[in-house]
Design a protein around this ligand. Structure first.
Ligand code: GRF
Length: 191
């Protein structure tokens, strides 16, 4: 049976898009479900375009019930992939999927991570710190924002005069290139 991926996203979902494209014709894995806390998230439209089922939940469902965990179990999900998902993952979900929840962060962790460090704030902080290199991190998820074990990092040089738009674009290119492949490699290790 193909390994089954669930993607959690809160917004646009450009990474989710790349992952859905990557696994669309895969013999080994598939995206089985896309979940969001945001009913307006564009990622839901993207999932519809791939005819992948979606599920929207609210704070109560996520933090005060087992609804989401039960759904993931019922659908035999093997790997939970966070792609621009802004809420902290609750304990019941971490326990149900030990070492099976991963996230992508648009910086070289442990730098520029933690609560509130997302989107443009990350890139602005990188420029303000005068960093000479920047990049992305794919990591396991634990109970704290951006702190789980690192699985993969990719870097690029920040050139003098680079703007926020430039470094954001460079990072996105790396995310889109590497996240689907890292997921595929991880899933190969599961029996
Ligand atoms: C990405 O930069 C990712 O690193 C971060 O959130 C962003 C999501 O972008 N966790 P998108 O919704 O995939 O376009």
């Amino acid at each position: 049976m193909r390994k089954r991926i669930a993607i959690f996203a809160s917004g646009s979902g450009s990474n989710a898009q790349k992952i859905m494209e990557h696994f669309k014709y895969s013999d080994s894995s598939e995206v089985a479900l896309v979940l969001s806390n945001n009913p307006e998230a564009f990622v839901l439209q993207r999932a519809d375009n791939f005819e992948i089922p979606t599920h929207v939940f609210d704070r109560h469902d996520f933090y005060e019930s087992d609804e989401v965990v039960n759904l993931l179990k019922r659908l035999d999900i093997d790997l939970v992939v966070l792609a621009g998902f802004l809420w902290l993952v609750p304990d019941n979900l971490l326990k149900a999927f030990p070492n099976k929840i991963i996230n992508i962060h648009p910086a070289l962790l442990p730098k520029f991570g933690g609560k509130g460090m997302y989107g443009d704030k990350v890139h602005k902080a990188v420029l303000a710190a005068g960093e000479e290199e920047h990049g992305i991190t794919i990591h396991f998820v634990n109970e704290n924002f951006d702190e789980g074990e690192v699985i993969y990092q990719a870097k690029f040089r920040v050139e003098p005069g680079d703007t926020l738009e430039v470094i954001k674009f460079n990072g996105q290119q790396l995310e889109h290139l590497h996240y689907p492949k890292v997921i595929e490699n991880l899933l190969k290790k599961y029996n």
